[in-house]
Design a protein around this ligand. Structure first.
Ligand code: CP3
Length: 341
């Protein structure tokens, strides 16, 4: 995977899957029940290491992604967070500049110390040739959850703040740029060999605000991390960016880009710089569906990206109802390539 990130086209592309650890695996559900809450799982290095290793044992991915969540960052800034069964994450929303005073950097690294410990242990727990991936949410996406107080359909609160009081909203984004760069550096110092910035809600913004709240904060984080760790590749994943993918890769400074499910592989192969490593972009529902359609969709992606640096992945995370056998089928097909399944 590091060779692909350095710009090498591999005959057999490396692969890993976003959300490769999680509820579709029975061994995850078992450990999750033992841990109690999801946050207990994230902040307990014994559990987090074990959960990170579970998919590798079954499928031998080329990379291990740290088991944690993007929302530990607002949590470490002091914003109360809970994961409610069947409802997803809930935070006490922050809706204006005055409410920013509820956040504090004082206990940030202390709260996240178990995450760094998990990475340190993973450096020796994973096979030598397996790449260790760290991650964080990008400021826009983290702000979406912090302001809405959880997931949302419209992202109306966060957009109204960003559009109506850009100077005030910039204070939240600036704080997130600073702590996220610091967090990624600490992950690299603990052993992460590459880091991915998840911007899951990049696609809800029109182009002007997209430049200001997606590209610009990402560019600043990349510059801050590169100043301390110039050789660690950074993968950007601006999900739903559409045509703005071109601007994102041209202006953010990321070393590689994750493509979501809606991006045509042929469009990407034609329109993104040929030396730029790309990652993606099988529809997670295709993986859940399985069978011939899965095999054909996989071949199509592999063919489109055959002669460029490429990392096979999904276009978004593995969904809970995915049969584990389908992941085994996919791994077998990827390992055989360029021989057809
Ligand atoms: C938006 C986002 C979140 N978290 C994440 C994102 C960005 C990627 C994306 O767009 O999906 C990123 C994430 N979340 C998780 C990882 C672990 C590493 C991996 O295997 O990829 C990573 C990289 C574990 C998780 N994060 C979460 C779970 C499920 C928790 C459980 O066991 O109940 C896991 C395994 C919880 C979570 N965390 C989040 C939501 C919306 C939810 C609830 C949805 C759900 O329950 O599936 C926030």
């Amino acid at each position: 995977m590091l060779a692909a990130l350095a710009g090498e086209a591999r005959a057999r592309p490396p692969f890993w899957l976003m959300r490769q650890a999680g509820r579709y695996l029975p061994e995850y559900r078992e450990l999750r029940a033992k841990a109690g809450s999801f946050l207990d799982l994230c902040y307990n290095p014994d559990f987090a290491v074990e959960v990170t290793l579970q998919p590798l044992r079954r499928y031998g991915m080329d990379a291990a992604i740290l088991f944690s969540d993007i929302l530990v960052v607002p949590h470490a800034l002091g914003q109360p967070l809970a994961y409610l069964e069947g409802e997803g994450p809930k935070l006490d929303p922050i809706r204006n500049v005055a409410e920013l005073s509820r956040l504090s950097k004082d206990r940030f690294h202390q709260t996240l110390a178990p995450v760094y410990e998990t990475l340190r242990r993973l450096t020796t727990a994973i096979p030598d040739q397996t790449t260790l991936i760290g991650f964080a949410g990008a400021p826009w996406t983290i702000a979406c959850y912090m302001v809405e107080g959880g997931g949302s359909k419209e992202y109306a609160h966060v957009k109204r703040w960003a559009y109506g009081d850009p100077e005030g909203f910039a204070r939240l984004i600036d704080l997130l740029v600073e702590v996220t760069a610091d967090y990624l550096c600490a992950q690299i110092e603990a052993g992460a060999e590459t880091v991915q910035l998840f911007d899951s809600w990049a696609g809800v913004l029109p182009i002007g605000p997209f430049r200001r709240w997606v590209i610009e904060p990402t560019r600043r984080i990349v510059a801050l991390v590169k100043a301390r760790h110039p050789n660690t590749p950074i993968i950007g994943f601006p999900r739903g960016a559409g045509h703005a993918y071109e601007d994102y890769v041209a202006d953010s400074g990321v070393d590689a880009v994750g493509l979501d499910t809606t991006v045509s592989p042929l469009w990407a192969a034609r329109n993104l710089q040929t030396r730029l490593p790309v990652q993606g972009n099988l529809d997670p529902i295709m993986l859940a569906a399985g069978g011939k359609a899965l095999a054909a969709a996989t071949d199509e992606i592999l063919e489109a990206f055959a002669n460029r640096p490429f990392i096979f992945n999904l276009g978004h995370g593995v969904i809970q109802t995915t049969p584990p056998e389908h992941v085994a089928d996919l791994a077998r097909q990827l390992r055989r390539w360029p021989e057809r399944g």
